[in-house]
Design a protein around this ligand. Structure first.
Ligand code: NAP
Length: 449
């Protein structure tokens, strides 16, 4: 790391003890900024890098609720409003038992630069809770969401902070939270949350956007190498919102998606995933991927997580990690390289460990970081905000075309920036530098605030 950046990183470590994922995300950004600090002394003079590493506001709150047996349950809620230089804070809410401040800060930090890369007027934030919706009834999820929003509502607004979904937060949860916001404020303020249902202010393509966008980005990477998805074998991890729609778009582009996973294990389906069955199992019935294997029969088998094997052992040309942070490590990356994988595009946020990224670089595997490759979700959220502001709703095809243009634009920006700063073909450097400069210039213009 550049010698002027090391003290900033040391300060991040000292001020945010124990927040390992946040440390990992800041280190990854700072390691890319060496050529930036050399070309732009004005950023150091205005302490832009130090300031960008410090959230503008961090909110932590109690979320009490009553379960179906009448017992009082207690969770913790978070909203980190990280940077609003480019627009209202924008970023999802995650409901998962592993959530703590360090996870929300890493996600919020990534979100700043991802949102800048989309070219849309949105700042960066993230939130969530250690609540686990798995195994909870709809009524319990509703009571939790209502309690969560009863505190969160005072901090958000269409011009202030606009949350969306993430792990554990889909259309059902957004519905309960929007309902409670509307009830408390007596305002039908559609632009306060994105990921809404189509009949009450949502945008077509928002459900598909992150997965589709990741595949659009990966397709640009393939094109730049004279290749395409057609006839390729793909492995996705996860089987949630991002994974399912990444698999769907890859299949539409002629690829065969042969594996996906959840936290219980993975399924291999040599005939290619039956997406209608997968959606029914995961989206409607909320069951495990083993149910997919049981019901699919012949071509599919389930491998449990305690077998010691992982979804990355399944040979593929293109790998799309779409589950969670640090799910693909150096060992997995070596297996992918040995099996001839040519492209890895992150649908999830920071799913590949630094070791894994090093292996990809050494093996000549093209690596597209989540900051760029999964920006389609938030970009389409911004399109949802545009539709809400104009009281309009666009067709599926029009919205998908916009998403496609945004993803090809981000791809081009990453490559041009990587070239301009002396790291040709390096998507990590390109994404970090392009996103950072956009935010840094806005912060300079807005003064010391
Ligand atoms: P989701 O619908 O809740 O799905 C998450 C999937 O990942 C599930 O299959 C889940 O399995 C699996 N998973 C979670 N934690 C895991 C773990 N520790 N080990 C193995 N599998 C695990 O969430 P999502 O919206 O698809 O989000 C997935 C990733 O994409 C996250 O990193 C998120 O931050 C990122 N992302 C999402 C969006 C968006 O628009 N939704 C946008 C940008 C980035 P279980 O059900 O067994 O837990």
């Amino acid at each position: 790391m550049n010698e002027s950046l090391q003290p900033i990183f040391d300060e991040v470590l000292a001020r945010n003890p124990g927040e390992t994922e946040f440390h990992q995300a800041t280190r990854e950004l700072l390691e890319s900024l060496d050529p930036v600090v050399r070309h732009h002394p004005e950023y150091a003079d205005a302490a832009i890098i130090r300031r960008v590493c410090e959230p503008e506001r961090q909110i932590i709150f109690r979320v009490p609720w009553v379960d179906d047996e009448g017992r009082v349950q207690l969770n913790r809620g978070f909203r980190v409003e990280f940077n609003s230089a480019l627009g209202p804070y924008k970023g999802g809410l995650r409901f998962h038992p592993t959530v703590y401040l360090g996870i929300i800060k890493f996600l919020g930090f990534e979100q700043i630069f991802k949102n800048a890369l989309t070219g849309m007027p949105i700042g960066g934030g993230k939130g969530g809770s250690d609540f686990d919706p798995k195994g909870r009834s709809d009524a319990e999820v509703m009571r939790f969401c209502q309690s969560f929003m009863t505190e969160l509502y005072r901090h958000i607004g269409e011009h202030t902070d606009v949350p969306a979904g993430d792990i554990g937060v889909g259309g059902r949860e957004i519905g309960y939270m929007f309902g409670q916001y509307k009830r408390i404020t007596n305002r039908y303020e559609s632009g306060v949350l994105t990921g809404k249902g189509i009949s009450w202010g949502g945008s077509l393509v928002r459900t598909e956007a992150t997965g589709y966008g990741t595949v659009f980005f990966a397709n640009e990477v393939l094109k730049s190498r004279g290749s395409s998805f057609d006839g390729r074998t793909v492995v996705v991890s996860g089987s949630g919102n991002v994974a399912i729609y990444a698999a769907e778009k890859a299949t539409q582009l002629g690829a065969k998606v042969v594996a996906c996973s959840d936290s219980s294990g993975y399924v291999v389906d040599e005939a290619g995933l039956d997406l209608a069955l997968l959606k029914d199992v995961k989206e409607n019935r909320r069951e495990r991927v083993s149910t997919y294997a049981e019901e699919r029969g012949g071509s599919a088998r389930f491998v449990a997580v305690d077998s010691g094997s992982s979804v990355w052992d399944v040979p593929c040309d293109i790998a799309l990690p779409c589950a969670t942070q640090n799910e693909l490590d150096g060992k997995h990356a070596l297996t992918l390289a040995r099996n001839g994988c040519a492209v890895v595009a992150e649908g999830a946020n920071m799913p590949c460990t630094p070791d894994a990224v090093q292996v990809f670089t050494g093996a000549g595997i093209a690596f597209a970081p989540g900051k760029a490759a999964n920006a389609g979700g938030v970009a389409t959220s911004a399109l949802e905000m545009q539709q809400n502001a104009s009281r309009n709703s666009w067709s599926f095809d029009h919205t998908e075309d916009r998403l496609h243009d945004i993803m090809t634009g981000i791809h081009a920006r990453c490559l041009e920036t990587a070239d301009a700063y002396g790291t040709p073909g390096n998507y990590v450097a390109g994404a970090n530098i392009a996103g950072f400069i956009k935010v840094a210039d806005a912060m300079l213009a807005l003064g010391v605030i």
